[in-house]
Design a protein around this ligand. Structure first.
Ligand code: ADE
Length: 266
């Protein structure tokens, strides 16, 4: 029987093997990966489906973050507590904020800040209360592998055929918040406020900072790649839907396959 420092826990086979979790923001992304799983097994927990199996020689668990910071935090905590995962990689899409971050590019996050967190004047704006910090960094080693995998996947994807410019990989800070940023003025303002606070933000999304904070609480290394689906401007919602279907899902599958091959070589 497995136990922890809070007392006995019933044996759960999911905890027997430390695993890599592959967290997807979108059901379309996850579908492609489930199709590649060897001996897939679905476990229903916390109103979510977790898919256990083997992917390119790795015991993995696939999960959906759901949308927004709280949902992503629940999924992350469940992955760690219930499924014993020891590494997390996350794929999804984001709105491009930084100059030169265009639709079709990839951002591999070096860290996360919450752009909608403001407990001032008790704490500095954007500071996570009682943590004494604003940014939560990603794991450098996993992020380097993810960046290499993203470059390899971009080389195999003809974005031009789909009407986009060729993409490139950026590495930098990502801002998360419970808001789909969908206005040119709003995104300019967001970028200005972040820059004034000393945060050189490349992209905006809705989950990464929550995953980062939970992973920091548990000491679990994680890395995140986001394909840029829109520019967080007035046409963001249209660009987002088109892009997810035609590019982001097949692309995430290529990235994960390449990432797992690289991980095996380490
Ligand atoms: N994810 C993809 N595009 C986004 C946007 N514009 N705002 C927040 N999250 C996003």
């Amino acid at each position: 029987m497995l136990c922890d420092d809070t007392g006995f826990m019933p044996f759960t086979p999911e905890l027997a093997f430390p695993r890599l979790a592959i967290l997807s923001a979108l059901a379309q992304e996850q579908l492609g990966l489930i199709g590649l799983l060897h001996q897939p097994r679905r476990v229903r927990h916390a109103h979510r489906d977790f898919w256990l199996g083997d992917l390119h020689g790795h015991p993995v668990v696939l999960a959906l973050s759901k949308i927004g910071k709280v949902a992503a935090a629940t999924t992350t905590a469940a992955l760690i507590e219930r499924f014993g995962v020891r590494q997390i990689v996350f794929t999804g899409v984001a709105g491009g904020l930084g100059q030169g971050v265009k639709i079709g590019d990839v951002v591999v996050a070096t860290g996360f800040v919450q752009h909608d967190l403001d407990a001032s004047p008790l704490f500095a704006r954007y500071e996570v209360p009682l943590y004494g910090k604003t940014c939560f960094p990603s794991d450098a080693g996993l992020s380097a592998l993810l960046a290499t995998a993203s470059r390899a996947a971009l080389e195999h994807t003809s974005l031009r055929a789909l009407g986009f410019q060729d993409g490139c990989v950026h590495q930098g800070l990502v801002a998360s918040g419970d808001r789909f940023v969908c206005g040119a003025e709003e995104s300019r303002q967001l970028l200005r406020l972040m820059t004034e606070a000393g945060h050189d933000v490349l992209a905006v999304e809705m989950e990464g900072a929550a995953v980062a904070q939970v992973c920091a609480d548990y000491g679990v290394p994680f890395a995140v790649m986001r394909t840029i689906s829109d520019r967080a401007d007035d046409s963001a919602h249209v660009d987002f839907s088109d892009f997810v279907q035609s590019v982001a899902s097949p692309y995430a599958r290529l990235v994960i396959q390449s990432f797992l091959r690289l991980l095996l070589k380490k």
